[in-house]
Structures are given as C-alpha cells and as structure tokens.
Design a protein around this ligand. Structure first.
Ligand code: ADE
Length: 240
C-alpha cells in the first residue's frame, strides 16, 4: 500500500510511523509512506497557506491553492496506481471505525489531507472522497487523527501482523468486544485464571470466550449489540 499525507507538520509523522508494527511494515516494503508539506506548493511569496474567512469570524482558513497543487503533484507521482480514496481529516466528518479501517485496507493508495488552524476553505473538500473525524472532539490538527487511522488500517494489511498478533478475533472485527485473556501464572497474587481455560477442552473454551465477549459487550458497549444479528446460540449464551 502507498500512503500519501499532506500536512504542514511533516515531522509529526517521522517518529511514530517508524516504530513497532507500522515501522516494520515500511521496512518490509508492505507500506510506502510519503509526507508532503503543502506549504512548499504555496504560490505566495511568503509561502502563506491560510487567510481570513470571507464574511468575518474567528481564526484563519486553509486556502485552496497550496492543497490543490500539492494534490496534483501526489496524483502525478501515483499515476501508476489505481485512483485511491482521498481522506480529509475534519471533526465534522464521518466518524472513523473498524469498518472504515477495513475498507481503507482494501485500497492500493490512500491520501490523507491534514488541516490545521480554524478549518478549510470549503472548496478543498471537493478533492476528497471521504471526510473523516476521529471522534467528537477538536484536535489542533488532523495529523494525530491521520496517524490513528493509518495505524488501524496498516495492521489489517496481509502480512503485517504475524500469527502472534492476528486481527480476525479483534474487538470490533467480530462486532463484539474481545473476551478476557490470561497468560501465566495461573495464580497471580490470589487472582486465578478461570478454570475452563486450563482444561484443554477447546469446545468449552470457545463457548466460554463467546459468552464472555457477549456479556462484556452488553455491559460496556450495549450500542454495539444493536449493530449485529446475534445467532440463536449467542442469545442462549447471553441468557444463560
Ligand atoms: N481535526 C481536528 N479535530 C479532528 C478530529 N476530531 N478528527 C479529525 N480531524 C480533526
């Protein structure tokens, strides 16, 4: 996968994306990330990228010209790839979730446009296929939001996670929160690992795990249960 990022603060990406699993994906050439500072494309002699909003109001807005020209350069650079999604980070966008990460992971090329300051000139949004928010709060810019989305997407790419960390049983990919897990020792300061996990009966273990996942979701995130269809078996586990 190729990921392009348009940002006024490229250094924000240089540490985090080169650590751990995403860093390894880059090393293994499963992922190529390029960050472009759209200030470099400003036609203004002072390299300004923002201006006051027409009609008045607080703060400055990102102007279209630098971002349109940076996008043209990104498109030119990636002419050999199928046209991918262009994500503009905005607190007013659709909220990011696991389903969206899964759909991003199916693309060969993604572009993230990170805003800063008060907002975007509305015309910039015509460049994007998706307006996406990390959540209902306002960040100082889109960079951290883009990094979260990249992290959640890249770990789903084939070959990125080893068996050890595999993704299909993750919280959210099943529509449920993940069941509780334990490692050694079986008794830690009087806190016992549930006996069912120690007896080697995988049918019982699977059933226990599904029941725990269902109960935990009901308790902590009942909203998630409304989005999935529970099987007859699930319903009897929940009521049991
Ligand atoms: N930029 C500022 N706040 C944001 C948010 N919550 N999500 C995405 N981009 C943002």
């Amino acid at each position: 996968m190729k990921i392009d990022i348009l940002s006024l603060f490229p250094d924000m990406f240089s540490g985090p994306l080169h650590q751990s699993i995403v860093g390894k994906a880059i090393e293994d050439q499963l992922l190529d990330v390029k960050v472009t500072n759209f200030r470099d494309f400003s036609s203004n002699k002072h390299h300004n990228v923002d201006d006051y909003p027409y009609g008045g109001g607080a703060g400055m807005l990102l102007q279209p010209q630098p971002i349109f020209d940076a996008m043209a350069a990104v498109e030119n650079d990636n002419a050999d790839l199928p046209k991918g999604r262009v994500v503009i980070l905005d607190p007013g966008g659709k909220q990011f979730d696991q389903k969206m990460a899964e759909s991003f992971a199916r693309e060969a090329h993604l572009t993230f446009i990170c805003g800063h300051y008060e907002g975007y000139d509305e015309r910039i949004k015509t460049l994007a296929t998706d307006e996406v928010s990390l959540g209902d709060y306002v960040l100082t810019g889109g960079e951290l939001a883009a990094m979260v989305m990249i992290d959640a997407t890249v770990r789903l790419l084939p070959g990125v996670l080893g068996n050890k960390e595999s993704a299909p049983g993750d919280s959210f990919s099943t529509g449920l929160l993940e069941y509780p897990q334990y490692s050694r020792p079986a008794d830690f300061r009087g806190m016992q690992v549930p006996a069912v996990l120690l007896n080697g009966n995988h049918q019982l273990i699977d059933q226990w795990r599904q029941k725990q996942a269902l109960k935990r979701t009901l308790l902590k995130r009942p909203d998630l249960l409304k989005k999935i269809r529970l099987s007859k078996d699930d319903l009897s586990l929940l009521n049991d």
